[in-house]
Design a protein around this ligand. Structure first.
Ligand SMILES: [Zn+2]
Length: 386
């Protein structure tokens, strides 16, 4: 009898003490998104503080578990190396219990991590994270945490909608979003602040919809007068992304900008992209669109060869941090190309500094979103059609 009693106690205790590992389905539900945080790496350092379990991927089995690990993961000749062990697998999946911490190359993340060995024998790291947790990390990088709460809430709803839209678009891919400027900037757990976290919580589950469903709710830093029609840049033609006048971003530090770029640098950048131009003698804007952004420009070289580029392609070639927008005038001064520009970003959707200006004029989150995305409504994720 005593034995049975102790047996039951032991059984109950082991259930209480067993760490709970969240399990994630192969195809993540709407509430989980996959963010590419590192790519094409030979080696990745991981530090796991707290209960962890590492599975090998294809074949899937438990490979390692414990309560602390500090090691390097490498792409081996035939598999993947964890510390000085190599396993024949296409990657590893690291699960952590709720209160544990995971660091990848020194940066702290929420959720779980996959490290995949690609065909080119380089590593790709994907963070599986709950959508709301992801937003905590994204918001701090997108707007100042010192801004009024109404603009932070508007940003949280726009970012949630955009992330969800990307996740739907990329369901068949290995990941939904990248953690750089090509999608949304995601700073992991280190990028969270009290006020931005509050804005995410205050708008939990809220998204923008148009005609009953979510849409790519783009946003950018500063439009400088008029937001851009998305159809000028991408294959997206809808009322909420058609562009609106914006007087609210006049106080933006990004309203005006000037850049001088050595002509020789432009020549080499064009050559890198496969354009056959020699010594450039002129750069002329051929047309601008209704929002004042460059539609087409022509670059001529000394032999008479000319290249016609869209404003969007020209900005990509120069680099989006140097050519901060496509709203610019251009001239040549000695050996330099001089760009005098307005605004920062592609100009589509919500103007963040404009939204800040509206919040300073006591406008509410809903008013800000309805202004920048005309025709859109605010709904919640659970009401969306799948
Ligand atoms: Zn603006």
């Amino acid at each position: 009898m005593k034995k049975i009693f102790y047996g039951i106690i032991l059984l109950v205790a082991s259930f209480i003490l067993l760490p709970v590992f969240p399990t994630l389905p192969d195809s993540p539900p709407d509430s989980v998104i996959r963010v590419l945080i590192l790519d094409d790496k030979d080696e990745v350092s991981i530090t796991l503080k707290g209960r962890y379990r590492i599975y090998s991927l294809s074949p899937e089995r438990i490979f390692l578990e414990g309560s602390y690990l500090n090691t390097n993961v490498t792409a081996g000749s035939e598999g993947i190396g964890v510390g000085n062990r190599e396993i024949k697998a296409s990657g590893i999946k690291i699960y952590m219990t709720q209160d544990s911490n995971i660091y990848v190359d020194g940066k702290r993340f929420r959720g779980n991590i996959d490290i995949i060995r690609k065909e080119n024998k380089k590593l790709m790291v994907i963070n599986y994270i709950a959508l709301e947790d992801y937003l905590y990390g994204v918001l701090y990088h997108e707007v100042s945490h010192r801004w009024p709460i109404e603009v932070l809430k508007a940003q949280a709803i726009a970012a949630r909608t955009f992330a969800l839209y990307q996740a739907r678009q990329n369901k068949m891919q290995l990941y939904d979003l990248r953690s750089d400027i090509y999608s949304q900037v995601y700073g992991g757990k280190a990028g969270e602040k009290w006020s931005t976290t509050k804005a995410v919580d205050a708008t939990r589950g809220k998204v923008l919809i148009y005609k009953g469903d979510i849409f790519p709710s783009y946003y950018h830093a500063t439009c400088a007068g008029l937001t851009e029609d998305a159809s000028n840049l991408w294959n997206t033609d809808m009322l909420p992304l058609k562009g609106v006048p914006c007087d609210f971003c006049k106080g933006s530090p990004h309203y005006r900008w000037t850049r001088e770029i050595p002509i020789k640098l432009l020549e080499s950048k064009l050559k890198d992209k496969g354009y056959k131009v020699g010594d450039i003698i002129s750069v002329n804007i051929l047309s601008k669109n209704i929002s004042g952004r460059v539609d087409k420009l022509e670059i001529k070289d000394v032999t008479g060869v000319s290249v016609i580029l869209t404003g969007k392609d020209f900005r990509q070639i120069i680099g989006p941090n140097d050519a901060r927008s496509t709203k610019f005038d251009v001239s040549i001064k000695r050996d330099n190309l001089v760009l005098n520009g307005l605004g920062w970003g592609h100009g589509v959707g919500m103007c963040q500094w404009g939204a800040y200006g509206m919040a300073r004029q006591k406008k509410k989150c809903e008013e800000i979103l309805k202004y920048y995305y005309p025709g859109a409504e605010i709904s919640t994720i659970d009401k969306l059609k799948q």
